[in-house]
Design a protein around this ligand. Structure first.
Ligand code: COA
Length: 121
């Protein structure tokens, strides 16, 4: 998805800020959602749900037959969030192997926003 499709900005102030984000991918077999996040002061206003629903609509428009996501088992709040949106736990074993490539974290940004001019491009 293009950047314009995956962020919701907060308008009404002189400075527009990103208050939520989500990533989605489709490999032709399964769709995946990644890193849904809303800034702490904007949570429980339906923004996260809108982000997921928008990502779903884009994946469905691409004829994606199933959407998966991973959540840390300890993250009960996010499990509850996705359950409300119709996602349920499946019996799967997830394997992973980290590469050495560093990744800038949107979660870190939303929790501790730097000045917009500090955001790497
Ligand atoms: C998960 C997250 C994106 C939800 O965003 P949000 O904008 O607050 O979500 P919504 O307002 O759309 O919530 C929809 C419903 O989800 C459920 N829900 C959301 N947050 C919840 C929480 N902390 N505890 C329990 N249920 C929750 C509720 O049923 C809620 O409906 P309600 O407010 O009418 O009760 C946000 O809490 C977040 O950014 N968390 C930290 C980042 C993170 O860990 N992301 C997951 C990466 S995999």
């Amino acid at each position: 998805m293009a950047e314009k499709d995956c962020a919701i900005g907060h308008e009404g102030t002189a400075l527009r800020a990103i208050v939520g984000t989500i990533m989605a991918g489709y490999d032709g077999h399964r769709g995946w959602l990644y890193t849904a996040a809303v800034s702490p002061q904007h949570r429980r206003q339906g923004i996260g749900s809108k982000l997921v629903q928008h990502a779903e609509s884009v994946l469905i428009a691409m004829e994606c037959p199933k959407i998966n996501l991973q959540v840390r088992a300890s993250n009960a709040e996010v499990v509850a969030f996705y359950k409300k949106l119709g996602y349920f736990t499946e019996e799967r074993i997830t394997h992973g192997k980290a590469s050495q490539i560093a990744c800038w974290s949107i979660l870190e940004y939303l929790s501790l926003p730097p000045k917009l001019t500090d955001v790497p491009v």
